[in-house]
Design a protein around this ligand. Structure first.
Ligand SMILES: *Cc1c(COP(=O)(O)O)cnc(C)c1O
Length: 405
């Protein structure tokens, strides 16, 4: 019965062009990548799909730091943080990250997590108890949505960016604790939340602002300080979640907040308590990554990223204007997330397939990750790309659009 039921549901996904497929990468995360089935000859692809914005995922200094961390601290952590898995490497990483965030959250402490998904579940379930209300942007990342659904708090969602409606919801709220929860950079659209205005609302309504900076940390702000640095924000009411698997090139996440918030997470956050601590070698390597991100090399990488973003936007802006019949829309984004919205699932898949035949790897993103009829190519840029890579993509899209370039 179960197998028949699931087989039917899988066929439904097929007919709606919603079936998801994995590709096998046979070489490290980098723009030029060998892909293909395990036992078939690998095929070179030029990829625009990773969140490795600074090109650190395969940086020799991080590979070395991981190896050194493993030699010093071993491979596995052996247990959860509260049992015996919390190592000096984790502690030093948390201290370094607290220093990073303390200009924006006075007196901040941090807590590290094995993944950003877990950090968001932890935050929202531990802070969102029966006394709380959660206010969430409708385009928030799935992990924030799942955390809010799992929390005991009442949940209200506001349409993307509609802070006027959020203000109304806050004014009517009667619970003593209010949590406004938002992506800083929306992961499938690339646009920024209006964090200054959100913080002003939090202050006006005695609420807290939970910011998920998965795509801003290391990318935005001076020296890659992230979205709070980008906007120059400073407040005790901020609860910040940053991830370490995107720009930082490794894996894991952290929460930075008022020390009492951190103390409470350690006591109450089940996704923190009941999981094995991440490998200490990763935490050890994060310290090297932070130095790269904040140093001159990080600045140079962010400058490249901004150049590629400008070139891509200029080229694709022209292409969409010249081919209005296709109905393609380049999202309004200044970040390395540059979605090209094409509409139907079929069209998004066909466009991705057409690029794939040209050796270009760009993922088609479909519902439920994005709203219906807004299927898109989610183009992401990296400092590891070269200018000719970006131009290869724009030529490939021009060819797919039927415009000779
Ligand atoms: C990727 C992502 C996460 C999850 O982080 P992981 O470390 O990959 O689990 C959370 N929030 C947003 C906005 C993300 O893009």
């Amino acid at each position: 019965m179960l197998i028949q039921h699931l087989s039917r549901r899988l066929r439904e996904l097929d007919t709606q062009s919603l079936r998801r497929q994995r590709r096998i990468a046979q070489s490290p995360c980098a723009p030029h990548r060998q892909t293909g089935a395990a036992h078939a000859p690998a095929r070179p692809m030029l990829s625009f799909c990773s969140n490795d914005y600074l090109g650190l995922a395969n940086h020799p200094a991080l590979v070395d730091a991981l190896a050194e961390g493993a030699r010093r601290f071993g491979a596995g952590s052996g247990a959860s943080h509260l049992v015996s898995g919390h190592s000096l490497a984790h502690e030093q990483m948390e201290e370094a990250l607290a220093g990073w965030l303390s200009p924006h959250i006075p007196g901040a402490r941090t807590l590290s997590f094995a993944t950003g998904y877990l950090a968001n579940l932890a935050l929202l379930t531990a802070l969102g108890d029966g006394q709380a209300s959660i206010f969430a942007d409708k385009l928030n990342h799935a992990s924030l949505i799942d955390g809010a659904l799992l929390a005991k708090a009442s949940l209200q969602r506001y349409p993307h960016g509609r802070l006027d409606l959020l203000a109304g919801q806050l004014a009517q709220c009667r619970t003593p604790i209010k949590l406004i929860v938002t992506d800083a950079v929306f992961s499938m659209d690339g646009d920024l939340a209006d964090l200054p205005e959100l913080l002003a609302l939090a202050e006006a309504h005695d609420a807290w602002l939970v910011v998920d900076d998965a795509h801003g940390f290391g990318v935005l702000g001076e020296h890659g300080g992230g979205s709070l640095a980008h906007f120059g924000l400073r407040s005790e009411r901020l609860v910040y979640m940053g991830t370490l698997g995107k720009a930082a090139g490794l894996a894991g996440a952290f929460v930075a907040a008022h020390p009492v918030v951190i103390d409470w997470l350690v006591q109450a956050a089940r996704p923190y308590i009941y999981t094995t601590a991440a490998m200490p070698a990763i935490a050890h390597a994060v310290c090297t990554s932070l130095q790269l991100i904040a140093g001159p090399e990080g600045d140079a990488r962010r400058a490249r990223l901004r150049r590629w973003t400008a070139i891509l936007r200029a080229e694709l802006g022209a292409l969409t204007r010249e081919t209005p019949r296709l109905g393609w829309r380049l999202a309004a984004s200044d970040t390395p997330i540059q979605p090209l919205v094409v509409g139907s699932n079929n069209m998004a898949l066909a466009l991705a397939a057409s690029l794939e035949r040209q050796g270009l790897w760009v993922p088609a993103i479909r519902p439920p990750t994005v709203p219906a009829n807004t299927a898109r190519l989610r183009i992401t840029l990296s400092a590891a790309h070269a200018e000719e890579d970006v131009r290869a993509l724009t030529s490939g899209l021009a060819l797919a659009a039927g415009r000779p370039s």
